[in-house]
Design a protein around this ligand. Structure first.
Ligand code: SF4
Length: 759
């Protein structure tokens, strides 16, 4: 850190230094990057508040960032590297070591595995969210020399499926609600138009602020006249304020999409000019949805036909309108088809790349080129050793997806093989608490990962996953302790770049990037020429811009240049021709890519595997588990499995909650606050009942990501990650044929009252 001289991002008054920054790393780690001002006294953060000068968040912060000082100075923070004998996994027999000793140990173990087994026997496990998502692949390729990385989550069902669909159908990065984020004067910019309607589908942005979307923008737009069409099984705050709430049965989004498209086409409400000039396969798409009348859709989705019809009309006839899609699309085996329909509907209504519609970004090389270079830095024979199914299935995910690496489902199969083509010997867990959060059937994951000889973990706190598996834990710094660059949507459709500015000394912790750089220099020095992170960031910035990190640091946020109608001016395609960057040059309503992988070119509806109407399970099973279980709705106090140890946040929401309709609860003799077991053929978990009219009486909702930092850390308890975990009820490898999408949000269950969390 330097002095405050001429640093606009750092000012000093009465002995208190104020540092402007963007929050984008563990914890509170979103791919959003809200503007924060940290007040620092005597080298310590004494207050965190919102930065009113941040053009997007404009001073607003949610409780996770407001409680950041509790994280920063939490007594349980990991502050030094520690190692443990692999035979002591699951016990608290940690020994503090120096960074040099930690790095020596990593180098020795990696070189041993390289020499004895090959680099492909090393792999990386990653989670979601922070900078780590950018770095995790590179840890695998550029440090370990291996193509093998996994996000663990079944069906890669987080963000990657939507990105892949956007690539295939639009030839573009993730399309986003246009909330004037590119313009300094935001909604007042003369180029901008307020959307008449916003469809919010399978997403709760007020709480999630997911990826590049700041949920409060929806409220801004509501105040400026936008009306909402919310598609969600639950009555969220946004649904309660919507003109239309399509309260669908979980997992039936593709059927609903068929119905919406059908009404828009049958009633001739679509944008003929856009369809004729810029869409491919309209006739086939129209035929495909033609039998999905609102009445048929009602039978499948439980959404009244009239509500669907009126919502479709309102959306299509009131342009510009916009739409956003959420994790519900990723988290179902039919999600690729539902996403196909979502993109098809917004395209035929003419809402792509127009003011107040959905933004699309021009191709950009910032970070993308480096990440691509990281993959191709491996020799082809090593790249070929990406773990994939031996029978060639899931080829869309394996060869054509937006997120490289091994599918979690395949990784489990590989670990369970008696004689795999090669064994997995060394793992590096970078930002994942998989046992509490992402892994379907987490105890099965734990059992299988135990066979890996050596595990490294980068973490900020001791978690169930680190306690269970790690032999070496490296303490990572918070976003207040290192520099970095925030990129909404990971560099594709990025409306701003934000500086993470260091406010306090990291002590004996290091950033994920610094660890990667240090170990990269030891293990693959030829591809790690940079002296430090700033030199690296400068080089990456210079692929797109004529300014460097210090310039960004001064301004804290730099919005990106933007223009509409790029499909007309050749700015969406790498070859600069007008159109979209797809094989046909058009929005592909009928995919020309899926058939290359043996997949259907047109969307279809597939009933979830575990559902009241499934023909893949017996009537006895359906009778025994009569409720539909959905999971993962967001809570503003927690981000996935984070924050359960933050006192002020936990005191507001101390227990995991299963939401049950009062009529359903009464049938089962359950009262508000009772402990309840939720069970299906795959497994069981226990949560506390919260009675609510928010969903249909046939639907219950379980929270995810729970573990209990106050409980015993040692095995077998491991802070209790399996007790309240709805992922116990999620089947292994019931995923889309593309490899994408698992039914995390749509299974069946029964409920019954129990005495407590441990019952
Ligand atoms: S969404 Fe909340 S936790 Fe995430 S960066 Fe913004 S204020 Fe922080």
């Amino acid at each position: 850190m330097g002095t405050t001289d001429e640093k606009k991002w750092m000012t000093e008054e009465d002995g208190i230094i104020k540092v402007r920054s963007c929050a984008w790393s563990a914890p509170g780690d979103h791919p959003t990057g809200c503007g924060v001002i940290m007040s620092v006294k005597d080298g310590k953060i004494i207050k965190v508040e919102g930065d009113p000068e941040h053009p997007i968040s404009q001073g607003r912060l949610c409780p996770r960032c407001l409680a950041f000082d509790e994280v920063q100075y939490h007594p349980d923070r990991l502050l030094h590297p520690m190692k443990r004998d692999p035979k002591d996994r699951g016990t608290d027999k940690w020994e503090r070591i120096t960074w040099d000793e930690a790095y020596d140990l990593i180098e020795t173990e990696v070189r041993r595995v390289w020499e004895q087994h090959g680099p492909e026997c090393c792999f990386v496990i990653t989670g979601t969210g922070r900078e780590t998502t950018l770095w995790a692949n590179v840890y695998a390729t550029n440090v370990l020399g291996s193509p093998n990385r996994t996000g663990v989550i079944s069906g890669a069902s987080c963000y990657g499926p939507r990105c892949t669909m956007a690539n295939y159908h639009l030839g573009a990065g993730y399309p986003e609600l246009d909330y004037a984020a590119f313009f300094p004067d935001r909604y007042d910019d003369p180029r901008y138009e307020v959307p008449k309607y916003i469809v919010i589908w399978g997403k709760d942005p007020i709480y999630s602020n997911s990826d590049g979307l700041f949920g409060h923008a929806v409220v801004d737009l509501m105040q400026r006249g936008s009306k909402l069409i919310v598609i969600d099984p639950r009555l969220t705050w946004l649904a309660a304020h919507a003109e239309y709430h399509l309260q669908l049965r979980p997992g039936t989004d593709a059927a609903l999409g068929m119905g919406l498209a059908n009404v828009i086409i049958q009633e001739d409400l679509y944008d003929h000019e856009f369809v004729d000039e810029w869409c491919y396969g309209f006739k086939a798409f129209a035929e495909c949805v033609s039998e999905w009348t609102p009445e048929r859709v009602e039978e499948v989705t439980w959404v009244p036909a009239d509500v669907l019809r009126e919502a479709a009309r309102a959306f299509a006839t009131n342009g510009p309108s916009s739409a956003m899609w959420g994790l519900a699309f990723d988290m179902q085996e039919n999600g690729v088809q539902a996403g196909h329909l979502f993109l098809g509907i917004v395209a035929i209504c003419g809402y792509l790349d127009v003011p107040g519609g959905l933004t699309l970004a021009a191709p950009a090389s910032f970070m993308g080129k480096w990440r691509y270079d990281a993959v191709v830095s491996l020799p082809p024979e090593t790249r070929d050793k990406l773990i994939k199914p031996l029978d060639g299935r899931y080829s869309v995910y394996t060869t054509g997806g937006a997120m490289p690496g091994a599918l979690g489902d395949t990784m489990i199969d590989w670990l369970e093989m008696e004689n795999p083509p090669f064994p997995l010997k060394l793992g590096w867990i970078v930002g994942s608490n998989l046992l509490a959060c992402s892994a379907a059937q987490p105890e099965r994951w734990l059992k299988n990962l135990q066979q890996v000889e050596f595990f490294i973990a980068n973490e900020i706190f001791m978690t169930p996953t680190v306690m269970a598996l790690a032999d070496l834990v490296l303490p990572v710094s918070t976003w207040a302790e290192h520099i970095g660059i925030v990129m909404p949507h990971f560099g594709r459709n990025t409306h701003f770049l934000g500086a993470m500015n260091q406010a306090v000394d990291p002590g004996d912790t290091k950033s994920d990037f610094q660890i990667m750089l240090d170990m990269g220099k030891r293990l693959r020095p030829d591809i790690w020429p940079w002296e430090d992170e700033e030199a690296f960031l400068d080089e990456q910035l210079h692929t797109e811009y004529d300014w460097d990190f210090k310039d960004l640091q001064q301004d804290v946020v730099r919005q990106q240049p933007f223009e509409y109608y790029k499909f007309r001016t050749g700015k969406l395609r790498a070859d600069k021709d007008p159109g979209f960057d797809t094989p046909t040059g058009l929005v592909e309503l009928k995919s020309s890519i899926y058939p290359m992988f043996g997949e259907e070119a047109l969307p279809f509806f597939k009933e979830p595997y575990y559902s009241p109407y499934s023909d893949r399970i017996s009537d006895e099973v359906k009778a025994e588990y009569p409720l539909v279980l959905t999971t993962g709705g967001r809570n503003i106090l927690y981000f996935h499995s984070e924050h359960r140890n933050v006192p002020s946040l936990r005191s507001l929401h101390p227990d995991p909650l299963v939401t049950i309709h009062p009529e359903t609860a009464a049938k089962h003799g359950i009262s508000d606050g009772d402990w309840v077991a939720i069970e299906n053929p795959e497994g069981r978990c226990v949560q506390r009942a919260s009675l609510s009219y928010e969903a249909d009486p046939r639907i219950i909702h379980c929270e995810h990501g729970w573990w209990f930092p106050e409980q015993t850390s040692e095995a077998p308890n491991l802070y209790g990650p399996f007790k309240a975990n709805p992922n116990n009820l999620i089947p292994h490898e019931i995923i889309g044929s593309t490899g994408y999408g698992a039914n995390y949000k749509s299974v069946i269950a029964k409920i019954y009252k129990v005495d407590g969390l441990d019952s």
